[in-house]
Design a protein around this ligand. Sequence first.
Ligand code: ADP
Length: 145
Amino acid sequence: MATETTLILFKPDAVQKNLVGAVLARYQAEGFTIRGIKMMSLSDELLAEHYSHIAEMPFFPSVRGFMQETPVIALALSGDNIISRVRDLLGPTDSTEAAPGTLRGDYGDKTGDSKMRNICHASDGPEAAEAELKRFFNEGELFDL
Ligand code: ADP
């Protein structure tokens, strides 16, 4: 099995609902290792880059506003096959379609904002993980444990 590192963002809904500890505990219960963690405000520029694949969608301005409601917490987490395992643990984008036991199923918005207020971002593949780790962490902020 390949040890990988993925980039996770605790989104403003996780911060506002005081769910950061509960969600982090779920990642740690999987045996994943924290390589870096920090709180940061996301600029328009950074969000345009991070969400370039949805930048032309009509809902993008709402997503940008949501991601700027509070600072986010960026987490670099490593483990065997972690990229797909964290995506499975998160569940699908729409929290109302996410099964109980997944993070979005348990904690995501179940009302009108279920597609947007979905607790965490996580890299969706190795190339995205590499680019996103560089985007959110500077050299010297990631540790080898
Ligand atoms: P994921 O985060 O599950 O990989 P996407 O990359 O497709 O999903 O979308 C990025 C983020 O944009 C989602 O996590 C969600 O916060 C928001 N989003 C996606 N689709 C919608 C939508 N139809 N309406 C509102 N927000 C959306």
